[in-house]
Design a protein around this ligand. Structure first.
Ligand code: SF4
Length: 292
C-alpha cells in the first residue's frame, strides 16, 4: 500500500495508529465516494455512446500476450465466483502483485459451467488441484523476482504484504477462466465487474478507456446505459473496498532483515504472503517449485 511503510510516514503516526499520509488518503477517498455517488448514469452513457463500443470477442483482454491482463477482484466478487464454480478462494484468486509474476493456477473443475453454456476443457487445460497443500505454488523464476520488486512490502519476518486480490492466471499468463481455443469465459455469468465493464474504467470521477479492438463501434442507447450503470457500481464498489482496506490496515514491523529472510525462505522452498483486504488479513503459504 502506498505510504504504508515509508520512514517519513512512520514518524508522523497519529493517535489512530495511521500515518498522516494514510489519513489524507482516507479523507480523499471519502470525498471521492461522495462525488462518485452524484455522477449521472445518463451523462456517462452519452459519453460511452460518443466513444462507441462493441465486443469483437477477440479474447485479447483475457490474455497476457496483449498487455497487463490482471483482473483485480474484491472479496465479494471472489465469494460470488466461489459459489458459482465450487472452487476454493485460492483457486480463484491470489495476492495482487506486479504483472511480471505468473502464478500457477491449479484450477480444476468449474461446477455448473456446462449448464450455463460456458464450456471448459478441464482435463487438458487445468492441472488438478493439490488437495494436501492449502496455498499457492509459484515457479522458482517468478519467486526470485519478488523480493526486489516488493522490498517495501516485506516485514521483519520475511512475509510479503499484498493489498488486494487478482484472478489466478495460467502459466502462460492468460486468465485461468479463459477457455483455450474458443475465447469463452468459463465463469461468464459471474465474471468480475472489471471484465463486465472492459475496456472502460473510472478514475478521479472521469471516464477512461483501455486499448481494445471493440472501441469505436456503434453501441445502442440501452447497452450504453447498462454499461454506464455497471461502470458506476464498479467504481463505487472499488472505492468503498479500498476505503475499508485503508481503514483496517495496520502498519507492520520492518527491521531491514526481512528482505534477506524472504530470500532465504524462498531458497528453502516456501514463503508467505499476507494479503490485506476489506475483510481483514489473510496469510497464504506459498510453495516454490522448479521452473519447467
Ligand atoms: S474472468 Fe472471464 S472475461 Fe474476465 S479475464 Fe477471465 S476469461 Fe476473461
Amino acid at each position: 500500500m502506498e505510504g504504508s511503510s515509508s520512514d517519513s510516514g512512520q514518524k508522523s503516526k497519529q493517535n489512530s495508529g495511521k500515518t498522516k499520509f494514510q489519513l489524507l488518503l482516507i479523507s480523499g477517498l471519502k470525498k471521492e465516494i461522495e462525488a462518485a455517488r452524484r455522477l449521472d448514469p445518463e451523462k456517462l452513457a452519452s459519453d460511452i455512446d460518443k466513444i462507441g463500443f462493441s465486443c469483437q470477442q477477440c479474447g485479447k483482454c483475457c490474455k497476457r500476450a496483449f498487455g497487463d491482463n490482471r483482473v483485480l477482484v474484491i472479496p465479494r466478487e471472489i465469494e460470488i465466483i466461489r459459489e458459482y464454480s465450487g472452487l476454493s478462494k485460492l483457486e480463484i484468486a491470489g495476492p495482487l502483485i506486479p504483472d511480471v509474476f505468473e502464478s500457477e493456477p491449479g484450477v480444476g473443475e468449474v461446477k455448473g459451467a456446462s449448464e450455463n453454456g460456458v464450456h471448459g476443457d478441464k482435463e487438458a487445460e487445468n492441472p488438478p488441484v493439490n488437495e494436501k497443500f492449502e496455498g499457492i505454488s509459484v515457479d522458482t523464476g517468478d519467486a526470485l523476482q519478488l523480493p526486489e520488486l516488493l522490498e517495501e512490502d516485506i516485514d521483519s519476518e520475511g512475509n510479503i504484504h499484498a493489498f488486494g486480490w487478482m484472478l489466478r492466471r495460467k502459466r502462460n499468463g492468460d486468465c485461468s477462466f479463459l477457455e483455450q481455443g474458443t475465447n469463452r469465459c468459463r465463469i461468464y455469468p459471474v465474471r468480475p465487474m472489471l471484465c463486465r465493464t472492459y475496456p472502460f474504467y473510472m478514475e478521479e470521477l472521469k471516464l477512461y478507456t483501455c486499448e481494445c479492438e471493440g472501441l469505436g463501434y456503434p453501441i445502442s442507447g440501452e447497452e450504453s446505459l447498462k454499461l454506464a450503470k455497471d461502470l458506476l457500481s464498479r467504481y463505487l464498489a472499488e472505492l468503498e473496498d479500498m476505503l475499508a482496506v485503508y481503514e483496517k490496515f495496520e502498519n507492520f514491523e520492518k527491521d531491514g532483515g526481512g528482505l534477506e529472510l524472504a530470500r532465504e525462505n524462498m531458497e528453502k522452498g516456501s514463503f508467505a504472503f499476507i494479503v490485506h483486504d476489506s475483510s481483514g488479513i489473510s496469510k497464504i503459504s506459498v510453495k516454490v517449485q522448479e521452473s519447467d
